[in-house]
Design a protein around this ligand. Sequence first.
Ligand SMILES: NC(=O)c1ccc[n+]([C@@H]2O[C@H](COP(=O)([O-])OP(=O)(O)OC[C@H]3O[C@@H](n4cnc5c(N)ncnc54)[C@H](O)[C@@H]3O)[C@@H](O)[C@H]2O)c1
Length: 360
Amino acid sequence: MRKIRLAVIGAGAMGTRHAELICRHEACSLVGLVDADPERRMVAERLGVPFRASVDALLDQERPDGAIVATPNTQHVPVAESCLRRSVPVLVEKPVADTPAQAWHLVEAARSRRTPVLVGHHRRHNPLICQARRLVREGALGQLVGVSALWALCKPDEYFVEAWRRQRPGGGPLLINLIHELDSLRFLCGEVSQVHAYASAAVRGLEVEDSLCISLRFDSGALGTVLASDTTPAAWSYEANTGENPVYFHAAENCYHFLGTEGSLAFPRLELWRYPPGTPRGWQHGLEKRAVEVTPADPLRLQLDHFCRVVRGEDEPLVDALDGARTLALAAAVRESADTGQPADPAAHLADPSTASNRL
Ligand SMILES: NC(=O)c1ccc[n+]([C@@H]2O[C@H](COP(=O)([O-])OP(=O)(O)OC[C@H]3O[C@@H](n4cnc5c(N)ncnc54)[C@H](O)[C@@H]3O)[C@@H](O)[C@H]2O)c1
């Protein structure tokens, strides 16, 4: 089968990871890179591919079958639209855009160009998340009652040297980090109808929060909480507990707990707690714990496998532009609630882009 020819737009930290993965993949090849910073040419030289001066030049000269957009968030939509205008399928890094209104713009562009957009919520490709979803969605826990997610770790001081990371809009754990947790919770537990959130900057005193507490009401009636902080030496976060990214300290702990009427599940160790078959229910009776086995695999690599199939027309995007916009709308509702102290409705940030243009 002919290799899928892919281009990477934005050759920073994430774009370089994508480019290296493409070069190691047997189903696709890297045909070129572009970056607004000419110094990033060194990535193209190291990988032995052309470095072009503009997105248009890359698309017109290399004519890729698909493109990966790994620019800063504000550039996702204009760059992706350049690809869509040429009917080039695109994988856009998360979050899909920097505002819900921009995300909606991309939803409409993908529809009108009839060209697929895949959003890089790569955790959905992680076999641990896929197995947890099967357990939650296919009844192993009975009816879902609630979920509790903890994201607690310590960002290094040097992280905050970059000014944008200390400022709104753009900085802060909500849009940079918790967008992943919010997307995973939607994927695992379904749509969220209301949120109520508090944010605190009490530790660092920066313009951006260092901690958040989020209450969620799911459409199904299940309830959820997310407690998040990037300023604590704690061992409970997706990054630390899944070991997905070797850059992070690894701790074999759980960071999400799912509660159902027939059992409960701790993630990512996938520990399923239930009453043994045929035994009575009640708090005085013992539960048994069973660990569900999963073979680990790199979700970024699995996402690339999927993107190749999307480009070939064999798969619909697992996370399309509308799905990515829903996750962004949920983050926007969390921001609204944390700023106003009032509950907020995620759908209000999706339905009418003209009222959803607040930058996060
Ligand atoms: N999936 C994940 O877990 C994950 C992790 C990190 C970052 N990301 C996402 O990846 C994206 C990039 O993040 P990063 O950490 O690599 O940032 P980065 O700053 O390291 O890289 C971005 C690059 O894009 C270039 N650029 C800016 N505007 C451009 C344009 N119009 N055309 C071409 N190049 C342009 C910059 O010069 C820079 O080199 C962000 O959207 C971020 O949210 C995702």
